[in-house]
Design a protein around this ligand. Structure first.
Ligand code: DLL
Length: 432
């Protein structure tokens, strides 16, 4: 049994990690200054040159990059290597405006594979495993990223991509998949389908590596119970390479950031000020080893907390909490900040599955919030007469979590559309 595990990197001392980061950052800033006129101009506007950056302590001097910069510089404006050295692109879905395209040299693909391999090993993966990847393949980073990591670990890799649930289940049973990689909402759907078809005894899954969207702790418990597995979170974004920027270990108390490749900061999203460890704020990444698309101080919009508390797994890399939502996903309803994850937590605590839809509207100049929630099949058969009472109970629980009044509508099982990739749970009619 082999493990693709490098304790000398993942368990390195803080001093060693800082040495790597200092050296790599200085080199990276010079690389970007020399090869990316777009970012060089931003540095010049801030009156900072590569000689001002001697290490991580000087990071704050560099300008931020945002998604708007990436869109403005589309497609080649942030490319730091000649096209002949690039072997791959990946892209975001581009539902709001121009797509973002990220470039990779072979070196960049290798380091990305390595990050995903670390995630698979942290979830217990070895070359004895059958790794079932049903993140989408193609421009989305989920499929290619976990596929590359799985190869590197030496797992038998099933490149399933998303969709066609019957085929997914057939391969899972026939080939004895042991590790499942997909979005948590698709994992929940697969779990539901396995139970419906009575396949629980026929599957051999032991672990799941789920990410690409926000999911609550309660949803983790639910998936773990239904599939009889341990469910690990994995985080990443196209701009910074894809999945594997950070991942959970067996402790399941946050995701270790691959600090030998990415420097993380937490900033105040309003002022841009760097916040001390333990503060909640916007996550910012600097990639210090990527060649083709090396982003410095990229604002992710994800809100989370960093922690350097020692971890029982032995890894020393800083941990990020589950993102509490994206600052641009946050809904402002009646002047109150509402994160969809808060709503999910309440629903799951009250015994509902994560099949829900949030509808926000404005009626007579006042915001309204409606939450449509599916009843479980048991509720539907046993408690139909108590629907009004159950709705009232949920309204109360949501009011104490959010501080505002909502309308709750319970709907029949299977009426809310299932997702094979990232779930779309919010309909904000104020924006339509
Ligand atoms: O979602 C990369 C990925 C693929 C991560 C597969 C994990 C697994 P994008 O499509 O560029 O990339 O979306 C990135 O998704 O900024 C977060 O807002 C959100 N996100 C990603 N992972 C998580 C997670 C991929 N574990 C955006 N929890 C990020 C919460 C996540 N949100």
């Amino acid at each position: 049994m082999e493990r693709y595990y490098q304790p000398e990197i993942e368990c390195a001392s803080r001093e060693q990690i800082l040495d790597w980061q200092n050296e790599r950052l200085v080199k990276q800033v010079r690389h970007v200054w020399d090869n990316v006129p777009y970012y060089r101009k931003k540095m010049e506007e801030k009156k900072v040159t590569p000689s001002d950056i001697k290490g991580v302590d000087d990071l704050y001097k560099l300008p931020f990059l945002t998604k708007d910069d990436l869109r403005e510089a589309y497609p080649y404006g942030l490319l730091a290597k000649p096209l002949r050295d690039c072997v791959r692109i990946q892209s975001t879905s581009g539902t709001t405006g121009r797509r973002v395209v990220a470039f990779y040299t072979q070196h960049d693909v290798d380091l990305w594979d390595e990050c995903c391999a670390r995630a698979i090993v942290a979830a217990g993966g070895t070359n004895e495993d059958v790794c079932h990847v049903c993140y989408g393949y193609g421009l989305f980073t989920g499929g290619p990223g976990l596929n590359g990591g799985s190869h590197k670990v030496g797992c038998l890799t099933l490149p399933m991509s998303s969709g066609n649930t019957d085929r997914q289940l057939q391969f899972m049973v026939d080939l004895g998949s042991t590790i499942l990689c997909c979005t948590p909402s698709y994992a929940a759907y697969l779990a539901e389908s396995i139970i419906e078809r009575g396949l629980q005894d026929k599957i051999k899954l032991k672990a799941g590596i789920f990410g690409a969207e926000a999911w609550s702790e309660e949803m983790r418990q639910d998936i773990q119970k239904k599939l009889g597995i341990k469910a690990y979170d994995i985080y990443g974004l196209t701009e910074i390479s894809g999945p594997g920027v950070s991942f959970e270990c067996s402790e399941q108390t946050g995701m270790h950031i691959n600090e030998d490749h990415f420097i993380a900061e937490i900033i105040d999203p309003d002022t841009g000020e760097v916040l001390p460890e333990g503060s909640k704020g916007e996550l910012v990444f600097t990639s210090i080893t990527k060649e083709a698309f090396p982003l410095l101080r990229y604002r992710t919009r994800d809100i989370c907390v960093l922690s350097r508390k020692p971890c029982s797994c032995g890894r020393t890399h800083v941990k990020m909490s589950k993102p509490m939502g994206r600052s641009d996903d946050m809904l402002i309803i009646k002047g109150v900040n509402v994160f969809p994850s808060q709503i999910e937590t309440v629903l799951m605590e009250q015994g509902y599955a994560a099949n829900y839809q949030i509808i926000v509207d404005r009626v007579n100049n006042s915001d309204t919030l409606e939450v449509q929630v599916e009843m479980t099949p048991e509720m539907f058969s046993d408690k139909l007469s108590q629907v009004a009472e159950m709705e009232k109970q949920l309204v109360g629980a949501l009011k104490s979590m959010l501080g505002i009044l909502s309308k709750v509508t319970l709907v029949a099982p299977k009426t809310i559309q299932r997702s094979e990739g990232k779930a779309v749970r919010i309909i904000d009619k104020r924006k339509i």
